[in-house]
Design a protein around this ligand. Structure first.
Ligand code: GLY
Ligand code: MN
Length: 461
């Protein structure tokens, strides 16, 4: 079940219907040079452009008028480009593909905008990429501090309406995410199959990516494959896997042409035999994840899920002698953030952190601001969950030596943290377990086929 041009037409008319007034300008992404002008990074289309237009060709823009009529803008075909890159699809064919009523060449866009602005307002999202900032500034005749001035003119209403629409996933969108998780499952099974002390992290990363590359599927973010799971976004793959190591793998793939993605984390024992300590921490993280998934349902707020996770983690750490004191007081004080310094999860869709280019409007209601408390401040989603939301549930426990040293020297939360025992875990690393979860009409379900995560599965040779 793939998306048809009718799906994109409907999405666009729904968006302008929600706005009630004004037209929408969407800029697609451009090829982005790496070390010289014609050597490019892999191209990735802007996600709003993908959602409303569905075309993953570089250098496009679109205007959606209040009546839903859409004009697609693209570059004229360049003779020399045909030699280097092959014959592309004409702008008129691309317009037809996405159900746009009309097409024009890019050099007509500035004039079209000027005409339009005489009669109505133009909603746009401030770009976050440098090239599109410059393009937007030219199109809108903005000068001076262009980043600031473009932000000032950006449409907060458009951002809110996009979030309203993109946050609720349809059956087709869910099917795409499930396809992506199914590929992830094969990647994790492959990693587990080849896992062996003495290999390097890069050997495991290569085995996993081979599956995605063979199917021409891009990664949804830089893969994390590391024996230093305590470094939350560790993108180095140089270490050798030791017998006693835990290997934390956090990866995902995108499914072109829709680009819906997965974001999955597993932590393996390299020796396929967890030590008693590792087993206890692993079981605590897994219990947390299963309880949070069980509790996730419509009307439950994600901050309550975050705090539920904090309570279970604190209780597990107390059993190990690492924490102490009243659990509710400890969680309210934020003491668990020494071991669990991130949020329980985020929205997922076409982006791994869905729509986060729009800022906190994605995860925070108008009246709420981010907490200033360390740990809670990294929570990206506090809204009440609604049917159709897809979120990640990704609790973790980490032993981060620089953070331990800092808190210990500042005597932070001494009533709740047993620093003497914590010192015995300095080389432990980190454990995180993450799945992608759909909020259903009355509960939730993990998307895609199950991916191994129970200790009994992970100790099988
Ligand atoms: N998978 C990386 C993250 O959620 O930040
Ligand atoms: Mn994630």
């Amino acid at each position: 079940m793939t998306f048809t041009k009718q799906d994109y037409i409907l999405r666009r008319s729904e968006l302008v219907g929600k706005l009630k007034e004004g037209a929408v300008l969407l800029l697609g992404n451009n090829l982005s040079p790496r070390n010289f002008e014609r050597n490019y990074y892999p191209f990735r289309q802007d996600s709003h452009f993908l959602y409303y237009i569905g075309l993953d060709t570089p250098g496009l823009a679109a205007i959606i008028y209040q009546d839903g009529r859409t004009v697609l803008f693209g570059e004229k075909e360049d003779e020399s480009e045909i030699i280097w890159s092959g014959k592309g699809t004409s702008v008129s064919d691309l317009a037809n593909r996405c159900g746009a009523e009309d097409f024009k060449y890019y050099d007509a866009l500035g004039k079209e905008i000027a005409l339009l602005k005489r009669d109505t307002m133009l909603h746009y999202i401030p770009p976050f990429r440098g090239d599109n900032l410059i393009k937007m500034a030219g199109l809108l005749n903005i000068d001076g501090k262009i980043e600031e001035n473009i932000k000032i003119g950006g449409s907060a209403l458009l951002a809110r309406k996009i979030v309203e629409q993109r946050a609720i996933k349809s059956t087709k969108e869910i099917a795409e995410i499930e396809k992506s998780v199914a590929v992830s499952k094969r990647m994790y099974e492959r990693a587990f199959q080849v896992l062996e002390p003495g290999l390097r992290e890069s050997d495991i990363a290569a085995e996993m990516q081979k599956i995605a590359i063979a199917e021409d599927l891009p990664q949804s973010f830089l893969p994390i494959v590391t024996v230093h799971g305590e470094i939350l976004h560790n993108n180095n793959y140089k270490n050798r896997l030791g017998k006693e190591d835990l290997l934390l793998i956090d990866t995902g793939v995108e499914i072109p042409p829709s680009y819906y993605c997965s974001d999955i984390t597993r932590t393996f024992s390299v020796a396929r035999k967890f030590t008693e300590r590792q087993k206890h921490i692993y079981k605590t993280v897994l219990k947390t994840q299963l309880e949070v998934i069980k509790t996730a349902s419509p009307e439950v707020s994600n901050v309550d899920l975050h705090n539920l996770a904090a309570r279970i983690i604190t209780s597990g750490l107390q059993e190990a002698g690492l924490m102490k004191g009243d659990i509710d007081e400890s969680v309210a004080a934020g003491a668990h953030a020494l071991f669990y310094p991130h949020g329980i999860g985020h929205m997922l869709g076409i982006d791994v952190h869905d729509m986060e280019d729009l800022g906190d409007v994605v995860g925070y209601p108008d009246e709420k601001r981010r907490s200033g408390q360390f740990g809670l401040s990294f929570l990206r989603l506090v809204k009440k969950l609604r049917p159709g939301f897809v979120i990640t549930v990704e609790p973790g426990i980490y032993f981060i030596p620089p953070l331990i040293d800092k808190w210990k020297s500042e005597k932070l939360h001494e009533d709740f943290v047993n620093y003497r025992e914590v010192d015995n875990y300095r080389s432990f690393g980190g454990i995180r377990i993450e799945d992608d979860v759909l909020i259903t009409d009355n509960s939730s379900r993990v998307l895609g086929p199950p991916i191994l995560k129970h200790i009994e599965e992970l100790e099988k040779i």
